[in-house]
Design a protein around this ligand. Sequence first.
Ligand SMILES: NC(=O)C1=CN([C@@H]2O[C@H](COP(=O)(O)OP(=O)(O)OC[C@H]3O[C@@H](n4cnc5c(N)ncnc54)[C@H](O)[C@@H]3O)[C@@H](O)[C@H]2O)C=CC1
Ligand SMILES: O=C([O-])CC(=O)C(=O)O
Length: 354
Amino acid sequence: MLPNSVLQRLASWCPWLLRDEPKRKQPVKVLVTGAAGQIGYAIVPMIARGLMLGPDQPVVLHMLAPMADALNGVRMELVDAALPLLRGVVATTDEAEAFQGVNFAVLIGGWPRKEGMERKDLIAKNVAIYRSQASALQQHAAPNCKQVLVVANPANTNALVLKEFAPAVAARNITCLTRLDHNRALGQIAEKLGVHVGDVRNAVVWGNHSSTQFPDASHATARAEQWEKPVRELVADEKWLREEFVVTVQQRGAAVIKARKQSSSLSAASAACDHMRDWILGTPKGTWVSMGVYSDGSYGVPEGIFYSFPVTCEKGEWSIVQGLQVDDFARSKMELSADELDEERSMAYEFVST
Ligand SMILES: NC(=O)C1=CN([C@@H]2O[C@H](COP(=O)(O)OP(=O)(O)OC[C@H]3O[C@@H](n4cnc5c(N)ncnc54)[C@H](O)[C@@H]3O)[C@@H](O)[C@H]2O)C=CC1
Ligand SMILES: O=C([O-])CC(=O)C(=O)O
C-alpha cells in the first residue's frame, strides 16, 4: 500500500486513478424477478445506484421475466445509464439461470391487481409462480443467500408457498413486503402533524398486506419542536388514529390504483429497497420497521403464516420487537388479519395441490 502523501499527490494528478472506490468490495449477485414490469423497472436503477446494499457495494443484476424483448430493453437501458456500481447484467427468461448463484433475491414477478379486486384475488395466478420459483431458489441460489423478499401479491401467502416448496431454505431467510404500508403510515402521521416524515418513527403494521392489515400508531413517536413525543399525544385525536388513519393506510393501494389505473410502483420499489437495506445493513438504533415474517407465535399470532410484525435488524438477521402493549382494539384487528391469512393459506394450498 502506498503512503497517504503519495496517494494524495497521485489523486491530484490523475483523479480517475483513485475514484473507483467500489472496486474494493467484491460484486454480489442480486436477483429481481418481474424486472421488466412497473416495480422492476423502477427498482433496478435503485439497486445499481447503491440504495439497497450501500454506495460502496458493486452488484451484478440477475433479471428474470417471461418476455425476452422487454427484458432486453431494460438491460440496454442499464448499460446506457453508465452506472459505476453495476458490474454485470444477466437478463433471462430461464428460472434456473436467473437464480444461479444469487446472494440476494427480490421476487416481484407476478400479476398486479386492477381496480375493484382484492389482492387475494391474485392467488390463483400468482401462487403457481412461487411454487415453481421455490425449487429454483433452493437448487440454484448461493448457499449464503439469506435475504429473500417477496413483493408480488398476495405477498404474505406467496412467501408461505415459497417457504413450503423450498424446505431447504430456512424460513427466516424469506420475508414479504409490508414496508410500503409502514412507510404509508409514517407519511400519514407526518402530514397530520405537519412534521418531516424523517422525524416520525416506530409505527407498526400488523398482519396481512391487504385491507385487513392493522396500521398502529400507538407506539409511534415524532419529533416536534426539538422533542420526541408520542404520536398519540401530538395528534390528540383518538378517533382519527383508530378510524381515518387506519382506513387510509389500509386502502392506500386501492386509492393509487383508482388514480393511476395501475398499482403503486415507485413507492413499492422504494419500500423494497428500504426493506432489504435495513435487513442487510441493520435498522437505526431505537427504530423498528415492519416486515412480513414467518410467525413464531409472538403476540399470540398463530404460527404457520407470514405476518407483519415490528422488527429490528442487525447483522443480516431480523428479530421481532417484544413487549409492546396490545389493547383490546388492537387485538381484535390483529386477529382479523390472522384469520384472513389462514383463509388465504387454505385457498393457496387448494391451487398448488391441484
Ligand atoms: N407488497 C407490496 O407492497 C406490493 C406488491 N405489489 C405486487 O407486485 C407485483 C408486481 O407489480 P407490478 O410490477 O406493478 O406488475 P407488472 O405487471 O408491471 O410487472 C410484473 C411482471 O412480472 C412478470 N412475470 C409474470 N410471471 C412471471 C414469472 N413467472 N417470473 C418472473 N416474472 C414474471 C410479468 O411479465 C410482468 O412484467 C404484483 O403482484 C403487485 O400486486 C405491488 C405494489 C406493492
Ligand atoms: O394495492 C395493490 O394491489 C398494490 C399493492 O400491494 C399496494 O399498493 O400496496
